[in-house]
Design a protein around this ligand. Structure first.
Ligand code: AMP
Ligand code: MG
Length: 350
């Protein structure tokens, strides 16, 4: 398949490109597009054939449901059986933005889109290119992240092209993703709100908006949990670079010293080595490739850079990667969730 590639910026949206993307989606085709979280791989959410094509293009297991992207509340009302009060409050506070909520679906949403579930995940993205494209497509775009299943989510178009060129109809390059991590997922279908996936909208922000406690799915807090996660996608290996990633936890000095030791051992054994560091610590490491994810304590910077850096290690053929650990409160909870998954939960505690 020939994949059309178009470059747009949010403040200069070419209507012809949006119309073309909308036409492709209405005809059952697939378009990758920028959002504020990561790049999405879009298809018409109400067309079961489009959803099947999304799973095929990604190599994604078909029991891992898709998120339906909309641009207004009327669109939400048409596809769910009810909108709980808490969900209304969160929609007013955080939509459009990096928050996904789970609702009971009605018959308009095909089970191919929801991985066989009778609930549906819905998000209203703030990226203007995404919003214009969703409207042009008829209002409902199902979109997982635009990577091959298991790989780090793309936050720049280069990596969408690497994974999807020749597999889908069109790729819209809209520059860097602002947030860099997937949306926070909140479930309202079991009564009390529960976070199924941490993201840019933190537990603290949700609790403040709702004036009530918000729980977090146990399966994502406890790495040894035998409980199946409530978001089916969270059970799969995810976000992983090709190299073997290990997180090293401890005081800053101890981590630097230990990581340099692990790096020398790995180099002697013939491996190409990489380190994930911060602006403050990057000069302290000796490895084939040392990358800064941003300033220490700035989890927003870490979120923004993390997935791109994991991909760059792959480009450079790095085989053993060691990462510093980050605080896991606030946005750090989402950062550490992705980093731990990328590392297959391999952590050395000093
Ligand atoms: P991705 O599209 O790669 O960002 O992944 C979407 C995430 O949303 C996956 O972890 C899914 O399991 C989760 N998800 C989508 N729909 C539902 C749903 N109806 N119930 C629970 N989790 C869902
Ligand atoms: Mg994904």
């Amino acid at each position: 398949m020939n994949t059309e590639i178009a470059v747009l910026t949010e403040d200069n949206i070419d209507k012809k490109v949006i119309k073309r993307a909308g036409d492709i989606l209405r005809a059952g085709g697939l378009v990758a597009f920028p959002t504020e979280t990561v790049y999405g791989l879009g298809g018409d959410a109400l067309n079961p054939e489009s959803s099947k094509k999304i799973y095929a293009a990604k190599g994604r297991p078909s029991d891992n449901p898709l998120i339906v992207h909309i641009t207004n509340m009327e669109a939400l009302e048409k596809i769910v059986t009810e909108i709980p009060e808490g969900a209304r409050i969160l929609s007013q506070r955080f939509w459009p933005g990096p928050l996904t909520m789970i609702f009971k679906k009605n018959d308009i949403v095909p089970r191919e889109t929801t991985g066989g579930l009778d609930t549906v995940a819905v998000r209203m993205p703030s990226n203007k290119i995404a919003a214009a494209m969703i409207d042009a497509a008829g209002g409902y775009v199902a979109a997982p992240s635009a990577n091959l299943s298991g790989r780090p989510s793309p936050t720049v178009a280069k990596y969408v092209i690497e994974d999807m060129n020749g597999r889908i109809d069109m790729i819209i390059d809209g520059g860097d993703s602002d947030v860099g991590l997937e949306s926070t997922i909140v479930d309202f279908t079991a009564g009390e709100p529960m976070i199924l996936r941490p993201g840019y909208i933190t537990k603290e922000m949700l609790e403040e908006a709702l004036s009530t406690a918000v729980s977090v799915d146990k399966a994502i807090i406890d790495s040894n949990s035998k409980v199946a996660p409530k978001a089916p996608g969270m059970k799969y290996r995810h976000y992983a670079p090709k190299g073997e990633l290990t997180i090293v936890e401890g005081s800053s000095e101890a981590v630097t010293e230990a990581v340099n030791g692990y790096v020398s051992e790995a180099s002697l054994a013939g491996f190409r080595t990489g380190v994930i560091a911060t602006e403050e610590t990057k000069s302290l490491y000796r490895a084939d490739s040392v990358k800064s994810v941003g300033h220490a304590g700035r989890e927003d910077e870490v979120a923004h850079h993390l997935f791109r850096i994991l991909r760059e290690f792959d480009d450079e053929g790095i085989e053993k990667i060691f990462s510093e650990s980050f605080a896991d409160s606030g946005l750090g909870a989402a950062v550490m969730n992705r980093l731990l998954k990328a590392a297959g939960h391999k952590v050395i505690k000093l």
